[in-house]
Design a protein around this ligand. Structure first.
Ligand SMILES: [Zn+2]
Length: 257
């Protein structure tokens, strides 16, 4: 029997801002939110664990919204925590609904039934990706070009190891847009920029770029910003303004080749 996860008064999983924005750039924030459905009882975690980076990409939702306004670009954001279901993972991979994240065990994700798993996919993962896919389909049908920009943020210290990069570009099969953006970011001065580190795009650790970027043949880049850079409004504004300058420049380099 089907199981219902979200109650009617809980947040919609998907926010789609500026759908009619004129920019070629199409923004996504898979890990913008840290909401947990009431029925999941905070996944058995103490409150502070649900506010850490393991639950969401700190700061990126604000950067994405600001960038959307500056570029006049569409942006799709997920409201629910990646601990409920990771919207940047294929639901078939075990880390889609993680039983452990960094070093924190997630009691509410242990021994899930197939129906419980299906409810998370159907009510949180699917509407998010159907929104992205539907919007990209409509743009293509209208003869509009799209370039996918997947926005993420990463923790400054992971399992006790400090990360030197202020930001990074990630890619897998198509590095073109990422490489132009990498060069522009590296030219900013004072920034340590990761080229496919501390993460890289793969089919097992990503979903948005492989499915909506690579498979559609759209130019794309995954951007990671270190969380201490964007945890406060000043840094969010600085990064939104920086990317609003550099992303269109990277896209025009891409279009010229
Ligand atoms: Zn992320």
């Amino acid at each position: 029997m089907a199981e219902t996860l979200l109650e009617p008064d809980e947040p919609n999983p998907v926010t789609f801002d500026n759908e009619t924005g004129r920019s070629v750039l199409f923004l996504t924030c898979d890990h913008a939110g840290r909401a947990i459905p009431r029925r999941l009882d905070r996944l058995g975690l103490p409150e502070d664990e649900t506010q850490r980076h393991i639950a969401w990409d700190i700061g990126i939702g604000a950067v994405g919204r600001h960038l959307s306004r500056l570029l006049d670009a569409a942006v799709v954001l997920q409201a629910y925590s990646r601990l409920v279901i990771d919207c940047n993972r294929d639901p078939k991979v075990p880390s889609s609904i993680p039983e452990i994240s960094e070093t924190t065990e997630i009691p509410g994700n242990r021994g899930l039934t197939d129906t419980a798993r299906a409810a998370r996919i159907n009510e949180i993962f699917r509407p998010y990706h159907e929104t992205i896919g539907g919007a990209l389909d409509r743009r293509a049908a209208a003869g509009r070009a799209s370039a996918l920009v997947a926005l993420h943020s990463f923790t400054p210290v992971f399992k006790g190891v400090s990360r030197p990069w202020h930001a990074a570009v990630l890619y897998n099969r198509d590095a073109r847009l990422a490489q132009f953006l990498f060069e522009l970011l590296s030219g900013e001065g004072g920034l340590v920029v990761g080229d496919n580190e501390p993460y890289r795009v793969t089919d097992l650790t990503d979903y948005t770029v492989p499915v909506h970027g690579e498979r559609r043949g759209l130019p794309h880049v995954e951007i990671e910003i270190r969380q201490d850079q964007i945890e406060h409004p000043e840094g969010q504004t600085l990064w939104a303004e920086r990317l609003a300058r550099l992303l269109p420049a990277a896209y025009s380099e891409f279009s010229r080749r």
